[in-house]
Ligand binder design. Structure first.
Ligand code: ACK
Length: 303
């Protein structure tokens, strides 16, 4: 039989337990695309011991993607393979990586990006055309912060630095559970704990800590800075940080010690937590386990 043509060699050839037969993945529709990648809604057959069909999300590269984008997706796959499942981190279900196109198959989060969930929750008063109350309660908003801090506490305990933590990279399930995603820039820094970035790409300036902006230094504490900005995004229901300012001005103001203002309806206790994340010195910032305690206190005091 042709199947065994390789004899011993093919019998020895290691099979990756993550590998899914490509004909078990059926494309349903496109969920979205960036400049070099696409995400598809698919049905996958018999993955991860799940009998029958399951709705999944599949990340692929577009034809115009270069070697660098390919490496980013391969890197993302590697990071996801190395992690055990966590309720607040998007779960890898498998991959089709033996030949092109590369498929990264992950759990499906029905509500999509947190950024859109926040923006879509904004109530509009149709008489005055101004913002009315959000369909999300302030308790739910703090729960989002808490869940993301939980996921980040797990990732940082594994020595993973995300480096692009922002509301656009958090997914939300039908049950309104937040999951951290987009590990394209994530790096495992088990040994040094601090990662020095070698090459330039498009940078998420408004989410970046000063040591990342000016010295290319990344650590769990630079993720904490980004988490503070992400809290600000949540509280403002998906506003862009430093509204009305150009990226170059943001960098200059951050260097001069300027920080995001307290949003209008934000409680002082909530603002204080994000403000701690923006200490100039990485050592002065809380770590994710301390942030969990602070957020937990807020949630308990509310009830
Ligand atoms: O807001 P969205 O629908 O949520 O638009 C983006 C789009 O793909 C491009 O990134 C969606 N997306 C990405 N990963 C997933 C996933 N695992 N489950 C559901 N939607 C996803 C994202």
């Amino acid at each position: 039989h042709g199947q065994y043509a390789g004899g011993k060699e093919s019998a020895i050839k290691e099979t990756d337990p993550w590998e899914i037969p490509r004909h078990h993945v059926r494309v349903c529709s496109i969920l979205g695309e960036g400049s070099f990648g696409q995400v598809w809604k698919c049905e996958a057959y018999n993955v991860m011991g799940f009998k029958g069909n399951m709705v999944v999300a599949v990340k692929t590269l577009k034809d115009n993607a270069g070697e660098r984008e390919r490496l980013d997706l391969v890197q993302e796959l590697q990071v996801m393979k190395s992690l055990e499942p966590h309720p607040h981190v998007v779960k890898l279900l498998g991959c089709c990586s033996e030949r092109d196109p590369l498929f990264v198959v992950m759990e499906y989060a029905k509500l999509g990006k947190l950024q859109s969930v926040l923006r879509n929750s904004r109530g509009v008063n149709y008489y005055t055309n101004t913002h009315g109350p959000s369909s999300l309660t302030s308790h739910e908003l703090i729960m989002f912060c808490y869940q993301i801090a939980k996921g980040m506490d797990f990732l940082s305990s594994k020595g993973i630095i995300h480096r692009d933590l922002a509301a656009r990279n958090i997914l939300v399930t039908e049950e309104r559970v937040c999951k951290i995603s987009d590990f394209g820039f994530a790096r495992d820094v088990a040994s040094s704990r601090v990662y020095e970035r070698k090459s330039e790409g498009r940078l998420p300036i408004r989410w970046m800590a000063p040591e990342s902006l000016f010295d290319n230094m990344y650590s769990a504490k630079s993720d904490v800075w980004s988490f503070g900005v992400l809290m600000w995004e949540i509280v403002t229901l998906g506003s862009t940080p430093y509204p009305g300012m150009a990226a170059a001005d943001v960098m200059k103001r951050i260097r001069d010690g300027y920080r995001l203002d307290k949003p209008q309806h934000c409680r002082r206790e909530v603002y204080n937590i994000m403000f701690y994340c923006w200490d100039k010195s990485p050592d002065g910032r809380p770590d994710f386990s301390e942030l969990l305690d602070l957020l937990d206190k807020l949630l308990v005091d509310e009830t």
